[in-house]
Design a protein around this ligand. Structure first.
Ligand SMILES: Nc1ncnc2c1ncn2[C@@H]1O[C@H](COP(=O)(O)OP(=O)(O)O)[C@@H](O)[C@H]1O
Ligand SMILES: [Mg+2]
Length: 342
């Protein structure tokens, strides 16, 4: 059994170990990126081992867990969390597919997947009914990680889908027809609640909401929660908000801890105990076509995503960390009208 000292509380570094120098700009600068001659996937694997849990393994879900990473606000860490959690789960030994559902294609970029206009993409799946297997590509350097890329074509899909049959369930059908064994599918949604996001909500059972630890963090969440309710009521009875992840947490500011407290008091047990720190390494990694797991495996950002992924995997088999913030009773939907969430 793991020691509690390694479970990150909201105010602490996620896991002990990363070297962090304080920088004047409010973010941490950490270990240098891996040497050029170090295979980056191997370096990331070493980071997993450095957590001291190499042989321990994580439980794999009995069925594929389809997780929709959604928040209609832009810039809250949806894409960053999708790719880094997916890479973390893969490094923990799971088989993981990232579905890039944002026309910006940021998740595809971050995973080093080519997504220029001619590449077969999720647009072809949604609009042209192409099988998902025709567009899925393996992610370089991370074994067990795959990506269905988004190209700029997807920008038109929101409109084109309107006139198609079963317009809300095209992604669901494609996923159901996909025969490769997978432990997780993570869907990176665009910053809107249009038909692309609705397709994701119909395809998945779990919603993962990243919340940035900034002012107005909860604003707009009520609308997302109501949409989840609508889709649950009409199109997908299994849908529920299973996971809230606090992102860009800066433990030195009172604002971040106040936001974290507020989110925990509203959402309770769905909030992962591990929060993701604000870190330069996390924001640098995509420009190298990498996740932070391979870009700087020993950084606090990398270790916190590994830890968050671990929590997600354990929760999938019913293991919840109990802590001072653990909430008893009441589902998120029941709390969605509480004060503070509009
Ligand atoms: N933990 C973090 N520390 C520092 N920068 C971050 C962190 N998470 C995300 N970012 C940066 O914030 C910006 C928005 O993140 P992104 O994941 O693209 O948000 P979204 O997909 O919700 O629009 C990006 O530039 C990203 O690199
Ligand atoms: Mg994004």
């Amino acid at each position: 059994m793991r020691s509690d000292a390694n479970i990150a509380g909201p105010m602490t570094e996620p896991v002990p170990g990363p070297r962090t120098e304080s920088a004047g700009d409010g973010v941490s600068r950490e270990t240098p990126p891996p040497m050029d001659d170090t295979p980056i996937g191997r370096a990331a694997q070493l980071a997993v081992e450095a957590l001291g849990r190499a042989g321990e393994g994580l439980p794999r879900p009995e069925q594929t867990r389809v997780m929709v990473v959604a928040n209609q606000k832009g810039g809250v860490g949806k894409t960053t969390s999708t790719v880094n959690l997916a890479a973390s789960l893969a490094l923990h030994g799971a088989r993981v597919l990232v579905v890039d559902l944002d026309p910006q294609g940021n998740a595809s970029t971050a995973l080093g997947i080519d997504h220029h206009a001619e590449v077969p993409s999720i647009y072809d799946v949604l609009v042209e009914s192409k099988p998902l297997s025709d567009v899925v590509q393996p992610v370089p350097d991370v074994e067990g990680l795959f990506c269905a890329p988004a190209t700029i074509d997807l920008a038109g899909a929101e409109i084109e889908l309107v006139s198609l049959v079963a317009r809300e369930s095209r992604l669901q059908r494609a996923i159901q027809a996909y025969e490769q064994p997978l432990d997780y599918i993570l869907i990176d949604c665009p910053p809107s609640l249009g038909l692309l996001t609705v397709n994701a909500l119909v395809a998945g059972a779990e919603v993962l909401i990243p919340i940035q630890c900034e002012y107005y963090a909860l604003e707009g969440l009520g609308q997302l929660l109501r949409n989840v309710e609508l889709v649950r009521g009409h199109l997908n009875p299994t849908l529920h908000v299973s996971t809230i992840l606090l992102t860009m947490y800066d433990g030195r500011t009172r604002l971040a801890s106040q936001v974290a407290e507020e989110v925990r008091s509203h959402f309770g047990k769905e909030v992962l105990r591990t929060s993701i720190p604000r870190s330069v390494r996390i924001s640098e990694a995509p420009s190298y076509g990498q996740t932070v797991l391979t870009y700087d495996p020993g950084s606090s950002g990398s270790l916190s995503y590994l830890e968050a992924a671990r929590e997600i995997a354990l929760r999938g088999v019913g293991v919840h960390y109990e802590g001072q913030h653990a909430h008893t009773g009441g589902s998120i939907s029941q709390q969605s009208n509480s004060e503070g969430i509009q």
